[in-house]
Design a protein around this ligand. Structure first.
Ligand SMILES: Nc1ncnc2c1ncn2[C@@H]1O[C@H](COP(=O)(O)OP(=O)(O)OP(=O)(O)O)[C@@H](O)[C@H]1O
Ligand SMILES: [Mg+2]
Length: 379
């Protein structure tokens, strides 16, 4: 049997804990089973409060949430196994990203903090767990993010075509994949960075305006009009103009950031929503056109693929490009990130580096994460 790993991810959107069982075959990764585990509302609230910029927290709150999130992640793995009748003995290990509370790559010293006690996941499931991937890259001088580009290269690269991969999670990140031939013959590097917000601001705005968790299908945004003045104001944020390597999070792009740029002007709420969608599309398109002006193929993953308003506005900002979901390559767009952490666990257990120094800015490629033994000390 091909080696099988579980990837566990809860992104900045805090929409759910995603678990994917992935088989690594000669032809590439295959997503065998998936499970999206609901986050109880009180836990989500607690995590949001703790992750909010400027939040005051005490070690008790932090410790409690770390333990509860770890238990939830363990439950997500168990539900995946039970729902699909998978024997845990056929799973080599779990790769767990953790729930990000802070990501401060620009700070001195830089740091990134993910919680979700991996000991509890290992204890409850009996599986070996690899977790805490970002901090080793940071210790090597990197941003600790994004870490998915190496997986994108492995799973979505092509022999003789340059491709751009776009993940539309809470934050948007792009990977510029050179044709494998160019990488091999000319050493053309893979590049990748966070372009700025994707769903995080749209989710936050619709939540306060209408009480919805997200704008299903982008239907509400589609009824609004882009306010060019607000858009221009938001695009002056220095993050958009900073060169890579760069990565960001909701401690930078949050509701008060939007309110600050609104500056007391009274715009229709629906127009703000549409403008936030346009901000994502234009900042992504500008970053792509600057970094990969000759590419024509954009493959999109992450929850944002379901937002038609966002996808249409992306296409409008990338004329002449072939824009499609990663599903066209047989890789389910909602599960790419979870699959990436299954793969990163595999690389760690094989003693192979998981970061790309050209992406994160690390001084060297390093083996990522911490290994938590499974039942009977199994590593
Ligand atoms: N049917 C849908 N219509 C519109 N938007 C959707 C739909 N389904 C999901 N989304 C959007 O996708 C978001 C979740 O995306 P995803 O799970 O990829 O992000 P994430 O958990 O933040 O991950 P990461 O930031 O690590 O990439 C939701 O919060 C929502 O904004
Ligand atoms: Mg998610």
């Amino acid at each position: 049997m091909n080696p099988r790993f579980i990837g566990l991810l809860s992104g900045t959107s805090m929409d759910a804990v995603d678990a994917a069982l992935v088989s690594f075959e000669d032809a590439g990764p295959r997503c065998l089973a998936t499970h999206s585990h609901a986050i109880p509302e009180d836990l989500r609230q607690g995590l949001r409060t703790l992750a909010a910029p400027g939040a005051r927290s005490d070690p008790d709150t932090w410790g409690r949430l770390d333990a509860r999130t770890g238990e939830l992640m363990a439950a997500a793995v168990q539900a995946l196994l039970e729902n699909h009748g998978i024997d845990a003995a056929t799973v080599r290990a779990v790769g767990s990203h953790g729930q990000t509370l802070r990501h401060r790559p620009q700070e001195r010293p830089p740091f990134s903090l993910q919680i979700g006690c991996p000991h509890r996941i290992a204890q409850a499931t009996g599986l070996t767990v690899v977790a805490d991937f970002r901090r080793r890259d940071m210790a090597a001088g990197g941003q600790g993010a994004p870490l998915v580009p190496a997986f994108h290269r492995y799973a979505l690269g092509a022999e003789d075509e340059q491709r751009v991969i776009l993940n539309l999670g809470g934050i948007a990140n792009v990977t510029i994949l050179p044709a494998r031939r160019d990488e091999a013959e000319h050493g053309t590097p893979v590049r990748g960075f966070d372009t700025g917000p994707a769903n995080a601001l749209c989710d936050a705005w619709i939540r306060v305006c209408r009480g919805d968790a997200f704008d299903a299908g982008g239907g509400w945004a589609a009824q609004g009009r882009v306010d060019e003045a607000l858009l221009a104001a938001m695009r002056t944020d220095p993050y958009f103009h900073r060169p890579a390597p760069k990565s960001t999070g909701t401690e930078h792009f949050h509701l008060d950031w939007v309110r600050g740029h609104l500056g007391g002007r009274s715009l229709a709420a629906v127009d703000v929503q549409r403008t936030l969608v346009e901000l994502t599309a234009r900042s992504v398109a500008a970053a792509i056109l600057e970094t990969a002006p000759r590419a024509r193929r954009l493959l999109v993953c992450g929850g944002g693929v379901h937002n038609r308003c966002l996808m249409e506005s992306l296409e409008a900002n990338l004329p002449g490009w072939d824009v499609a979901s990663t599903a066209v390559l047989g890789v389910p767009p909602d599960w790419v990130e979870a699959m990436a952490f299954a793969w990163l666990a595999r690389e760690t257990l094989a003693g192979r580096p998981g970061n790309l120094p050209a992406v994160t800015g690390a001084r060297e490629a390093v083996v990522l994460g911490a290994i938590h033994p499974g039942r009977d000390g199994r590593i």
